[in-house]
Design a protein. Structure first.
Length: 146
């Protein structure tokens, strides 16, 4: 079985999985996702909470958007650093990177930070899925290698 990792990312959270196998009660082998780590983006949470405070609405939308983009870009850099660490530790041969389109742009920009491996990009927002639902979704799209 190919050694694979999955990173599911949006602007607020990243979750990292390894693909493994386990035996079913009937003796069949079944793929399973093991959550290895997760990252939260507290800077974005702080930013969205401050939006509702009185006196802060005078900010120009363009400045706010630029600041939000910078916070997301820094989070993408943190995500790639953690993913690179997991790839080296687990000797990943393939990575599936699923992210919301805007975050995917930030991740693609710095993707050269990742060790050599086959990286498959999936422009979808999947962070809300459980490990079980994520596995089923990836299998239904024939993205998990044997």
């Amino acid at each position: 079985m190919l050694n694979q990792l999955i990173a599911v990312v949006d602007a607020v959270r990243a979750r990292f999985y390894a693909v493994g196998q386990r035996k079913t009660p009937h003796g069949d082998l079944r793929r399973e996702l093991e959550e290895l780590a997760s990252l939260e983006n507290p800077a974005l949470e702080d930013l969205t909470q401050s939006e509702g405070q009185p006196g802060l609405r005078h900010h120009v939308n363009d400045r706010k958007d630029a600041h939000t983009a910078e916070v997301e870009r820094r989070f993408a850099t943190s995500v790639l650093a953690r993913l690179a660490e997991l790839m080296r530790k687990r000797k990943a041969e393939r990575v599936i990177l699923a992210a919301a389109p805007r975050m995917l742009g930030f991740l693609r920009h710095d993707r050269t930070r990742l060790p050599e491996a086959s990286v498959w990009v999936l422009p979808k927002h999947l962070t809300e899925l459980s490990a079980h639902d994520l596995r089923e979704r990836l299998e239904s799209e024939d993205l998990l290698a044997d």
